[in-house]
Design a protein. Sequence first.
Lengths: 82, 396
Amino acid sequence: MQVNENIIEELTRILQPFVPQGLKIEEETDLVSDLGLDSLKVMKIVESVEDSLDISIPLNILPEVRTVKDFALQIQKLIGDG
Amino acid sequence: MSIFDKFEQLAAARQELENNCGTFFNVVMEEILSGTEAVVNGRPTILAGSNNYLGLSFDPDCVDAACKAARKEGTGTTGSRMANGTFSGHLALEQELAEFFNRQSAIVFSTGYVANLAMLSTLVGPGDIILLDADCHASIYDGCRLGDAEVHRFRHNDPQDLEKRLMRLEKRNTNILVVVEGLYSMMGDRAPLADIVAVKDKHGAYLLLDEAHSLGVLGANGRGLAEEDGVENGVDFVVGTFSKSLGAIGGFCASNHPELNLARYASRPYVFTASSSPSVIASTRTALKILQKRSELRDRLWDNAQRLYRKLQDLNFSVGPEPSPIVAVRLEDKAEALALWSGLLENGVYVNLVLPPATPDGNCLLRSSVSAGHTPEQMDRICEAFTAVRKAVKTV
């Protein structure tokens, strides 16, 4: 499935403050092993995405999310489901 | 590659703690001297992290009731509530809890953890939504994982954020169960319950309130935060535990919804575990009566809570937002937290050391909990120990 560039862009913007300076965020970047995000940071990021895009993200989808692209696709699906 | 590879990170974290603070993993209550004192590392130690809020674990009437029940009915039920594990005591306690909370009915579970696991996995199902406070206890999160409902969070103690999320979810036109706690176990702060009730009523949601840490602690009759804030009618389900103010182990849910009784048949954590032993049920029933009769215990608890909270404020510790029987010190530096915790233990005071990710904001916590059972002399010693370690570990 093609991922929406605008969502990737917004997600990258939200992720930036949570990752060490200089670390490049790409579609295939792994949220845990590459960016070192722990569960607390992931929850803060989910809250920021919800507020920024005015959507509700169920915690149930998080086990399916490994990379930035996975996350963006889930967001895309939630926006699509309206 | 082995099934244990996933523990590598945990092993490294444990080793680091072992190197810096060997005693952390070696706290054993070698001899229990009273509800507020035990021998730890060969030294009499005041227990200031036990959640024994009313000090009833050694109450003579509770101990007598437990002993009599064990002699009369045996040490265990050896069965599920659905099979041979419902004794008359279980039903009597359910009736007494329902009367205490002014609810139509109540269900008793084997632990407080199981009560949350049971209710959150059973009350809501596929297509329903749980909307929980971000700082809810692990048992609430685990209950959500066991069930099939969709799970969302709102920002801790933020009714406006709850409303924003309810508005987003409203168009789904489905059942929403809001979940909050009376007193939050880590920082001891209470939910803004009246506001939360108003918001959930406005949006037609249900509310489950976990009074684990507020039962016996808040409210003129000890029924918890809903009683204290005068909003009991706005709470659909009250969940709680026997392992804090009631000095035993077990859990419950009480409600005015007549369907509550059906939940027990659909609840795996109720059906597939052995029921509470007769001694536990007997001591809990006695403790529930004491909780209602002896309001002076609550007064003493709050005197002790205010005293420790003020002392830690005077010592310039970063404490929770309000006085509470849970008095937590927030520390950014793990080394400082470990040094303070070890120092307190060496000074004969045990408190809980809580490390991330078990803490709400990623900081370390020195979590104390006081009891009505702490004597003025014990409170003096707790305060003196904090003063001594504050002086010895000075890094503010």
